[in-house]
Design a protein around this ligand. Structure first.
Ligand SMILES: Cc1cc2nc3c(=O)[nH]c(=O)nc-3n(C[C@H](O)[C@H](O)[C@H](O)COP(=O)(O)O)c2cc1C
Length: 185
């Protein structure tokens, strides 16, 4: 299985990255091939709304550090997105990245991606109440569904502030590993 991980936290050893790494380590132990991109370390633009991907091409015409990430996603079996919750959503870095998924949809909004891919979303937040920001995953899940993803899964870390907090929460590390065993067997 080919896994592409896109990490949205600016903190390299932060909570979402820690859980993502546990997921990836477990998947690799099971034979998965993994490729990791940290969007905060890349130079890129958000969607320019130019419409070229609907009228002229079947890909995003903006060429920057994200271009190889979209190419890798086309080839991948599983996409892992990991993000801190920032103001009730993905980090801005990851939202810009996600907006350019527009080019994965044809002019009639049918998907240009091979059907059957899996998506795993890891979200970490400071708030300890799981009812807070529970809307984020379903909002993105609907776009994954539109793009023909067959499965979408969520791992959430609640009450995580300092970058090292997730590493000290064995139950969250176990959830990330379990998710990998389930979706990347
Ligand atoms: C700009 C910013 C906005 C944040 N917004 C929220 C929020 O809306 N809800 C929340 O529970 N935590 C919020 N937090 C806390 C982070 O989501 C939390 O610390 C998370 O575990 C950080 O993940 P990371 O270590 O992977 O970067 C915010 C933190 C920052 C820096």
């Amino acid at each position: 299985m080919k896994i592409v991980a896109v990490l949205g936290s600016p903190r390299p050893t932060g909570n979402s990255n820690t859980l993502a790494q546990r997921f990836l380590e477990t998947a690799r132990q099971q034979g998965a091939e993994t490729q990791v991109f940290m969007v905060n370390q890349m130079q890129f633009k958000g969607c320019q709304g130019c419409g070229s991907c609907k009228t002229k091409t079947d890909y995003c015409v903006v060429e920057d550090d994200l271009t190889p990430v979209y190419d890798a996603i086309r080839e991948a079996d599983l996409l892992l997105l990991a993000s801190p919750v920032y103001f009730g959503d993905l980090s801005g870095q990851l939202k810009c990245f996600f907006d350019r998924f527009f080019a994965f949809a044809d002019s009639d909004f049918s998907s240009r991606l091979r059907p059957g891919k899996k998506a795993v979303v890891i979200l970490t937040q400071g708030h300890p109440d799981g009812a807070m920001f529970a809307d984020i995953f379903p909002r993105y899940q609907q776009w994954f569904n539109m793009l023909g993803f067959a499965e979408t899964h969520l791992v959430r870390g609640l009450g995580l502030g300092d970058p090292g907090a997730a590493a000290a929460r064995p139950e969250l590390l176990a959830q990330a590993a379990d998710a990998a065993r389930q979706v990347a067997p």
